[in-house]
Design a binder for this molecule. Sequence first.
Ligand SMILES: [Ca+2]
Ligand SMILES: [Ca+2]
Ligand SMILES: [Ca+2]
Ligand SMILES: [Ca+2]
Length: 477
Amino acid sequence: MVRAGLIGSLLLFAACGIDALKSFPPAPAQPDIYTTPTQYMFGELLEGDRSEPVAIMVGNAGLGDLAVSSVTISGDNAGSFFIAEDALTGATITAGGQELTIIVGFNPDGPGTRQAWLEIGSNDPDENPAKIALHGLGAIDAAGPVAVCNATPTSPIATINAVTWSGSDSFDPDGFALVGYRWRIIEKPEQSWTPMPNCATQPECGPFLPDVQGSYTAELVVQNEIGLTDTCTVTFNASSAGDGPVAVCGVTPSLVRPPFETATWIGNNSYDPDGFAITRYSWRLSSSPAGSAVTMPTCSTANCGSFAPDITGTYVGELTVENAVGHTGTCSVELVAEPIESLWIEMYWQHSGDDMDLHLLSPGGLPNTSGDCYYANCVGRSPNWGAAGVNDDPSLDLDNIPGTGPENINISAPAPGTYKVFVYDHPNRTYQSGNAVTVNVYVDGASVFSETRTISGERTSEYFCTIDWPSGIATPL
Ligand SMILES: [Ca+2]
Ligand SMILES: [Ca+2]
Ligand SMILES: [Ca+2]
Ligand SMILES: [Ca+2]
């Protein structure tokens, strides 16, 4: 532009020819300002520091005198630059005269890019003011944020304990606000598919449920408000949830005499091979002989006692144990109930609310007399049968009215003869429909008779069998 102006004058001069010079008064000689350099970049400097001074050379390429009226710094970041020496303001540079110098410097008053103009006011006809661009980068003497990573819990169990990643303890020693968080998983077991939750841009991020055992490492990048960052990592090890507890069942004694001997179910040998505590024991009766009305005692302990079988046969106790992480194991064990008395008769029925009564007639005995063992004379006391002494006397151990039995009559050592077993449908509970009644007879613990017959209406006496002693042979009636 400066040079073009001069050339334009020369062209005008050539076009007009020599005669033109004679015809018109000569054009006034114009100054033409130039600077070296035309812009300057100071680079990066800490806020508050002052740069080395830089000389800007100003000259006059025109034919007239250049009169400089002002040298100033303008622009949004004018405060970040300064004029150290100014030999120009008020000076005149004649055509072809010596260049003059302005010394400028950079003194950033804030972070980031700083820009301003050095403006030179003069009598230059087309460059007033002349502008020199000044650039610099303000830096801040800040340590930057400190990222702090945590994971809670620190020792989770895979598939059981969800983890929360926390970067909330991160801080900035210079007090700048933390404005950005970015979590990502940088290491996990090969078999794991668990992704970082959607909260990966938050200080706290969870739940993260480790799906397999092994080591997991997360990385957090925190950023402060002036763009400085820091990174931390945190690792936890997820342990295996294990294969579950092992239930170990026992029962002691394993053979009991009904209906008064008791057994204790034993579960305290159960264990967990992975070391988790067993937090629950639950016993139930998974199987019991037909006619039994006994139930498992209410227990929440490993061992469960005072279980009294009421009928001959096999009882199966089932134990379920649960460990601290909710896994379970189950076992079962058999308990046998077997009478010790030489003669053992038991009876039960199908429908409650009928009251069946078991009767045993002594050899030659008549119903409802002392020759008959039944609820009226044989519970807790016994008619004297056979010889002196009680070994040959009958006993009705269990009598039942409202339920379905069982009832039983037994004799430790019966006197010789033929005994009769019958069942009476007592009218103090009325059930007119058919009711299936079962009678089992055991001799020295072995079954010799077992039949189920249907009794309908009321006041019916159903004779089931005779039992010959000492042969122990039962004959249906
Ligand atoms: Ca009845
Ligand atoms: Ca009864
Ligand atoms: Ca006797
Ligand atoms: Ca009936």
